[in-house]
Design a protein around this ligand. Structure first.
Ligand code: SF4
Ligand code: SF4
Length: 180
C-alpha cells in the first residue's frame, strides 16, 4: 500500500495512519496527541476539537477529508488515553496507588442509605446493596473528598490532610523516584 501525505517533505513522517484506504503520514503526531492529552479529563467533544485544531496546525487537511483524518487520529488517541488513565490509576506520582490509604470510610451507625455518595462519585468507588459499600477504594482520587460533602449524615470520613502528607512523606522514602 502506498504512503502519501501532507507532512515534512524530505523528512521521515512521525506516524502513518490508515485514512480512507491509504497510509498517510501525519506531521507533528506526538505534539498533536500531547496537546489533547493535556486535557485528559475533558469531554470527548473537547478533545476531538483540540485534535482537529492541532492536526490542521501541523498538516494540510483537505476540508472534504477532515472527518476521515480526525477519525484516524481519534482512534489512536483513544487507545493512548486509556493506557494513560490506567497508569494514573495505578500510580500517584510514582507511588503505587494501593500503597496510599486514601478512600472514603463509611460509619454505618450514621449512614441512612440515601445513596447520595453513590450517585455523586463518577469513578465507581461505591456499589450499593442496601447500604453503600466502598468496593473500588484505590480508584478514589487522592485528596478528593467530594462524596463526603454530599453526605448530610456526616457518615463519610477520610484521613486528614496532615495524615495524608505524612503518609506520602513515608512513601517517598520507599519510592525515592517520587517527585516532591
Ligand atoms: S451519602 Fe452518607 S448517608 Fe447517604 S448513603 Fe452515603 S454515606 Fe450513607
Ligand atoms: S473522594 Fe472523590 S473520587 Fe473518592 S469516592 Fe469520594 S467522590 Fe469519589
Amino acid at each position: 500500500m502506498s504512503i502519501v501525505g501532507p507532512c515534512c517533505p524530505g523528512k521521515p513522517c512521525a506516524k502513518k495512519l490508515l485514512i480512507d484506504g491509504q497510509y498517510i503520514g501525519i506531521a507533528g503526531y506526538d505534539e498533536i496527541i500531547a496537546k489533547a492529552m493535556e486535557r485528559i479529563d475533558a469531554s470527548d467533544e473537547e478533545q476531538r476539537t483540540v485534535l482537529l485544531h492541532e492536526l490542521k496546525m501541523h498538516n494540510y487537511v483537505p476540508e472534504s477529508m477532515e472527518r476521515q483524518y480526525l477519525g484516524a487520529v481519534w482512534e489512536e488517541f483513544r487507545k493512548l488515553r486509556a493506557q494513560k488513565k490506567e497508569q494514573i490509576e495505578e500510580n500517584y506520582h510514582g507511588v503505587p496507588r494501593e500503597e496510599i490509604q486514601w478512600f472514603p470510610r463509611i460509619d454505618y451507625e450514621r449512614c441512612n442509605s440515601c445513596q447520595k455518595c453513590v450517585m455523586f462519585c463518577k469513578r465507581g468507588i461505591f456499589t450499593f446493596d442496601e447500604t453503600p459499600k466502598v468496593t473500588n477504594p484505590y480508584r478514589c482520587v487522592v485528596s478528593c473528598t467530594g462524596c463526603k460533602s454530599q453526605c448530610q449524615e456526616d457518615a463519610i470520613s477520610f484521613p486528614s490532610l496532615v495524615e495524608l502528607r505524612d503518609m506520602l512523606k513515608e512513601l517517598r522514602k520507599k519510592y525515592p523516584q517520587v517527585s516532591r
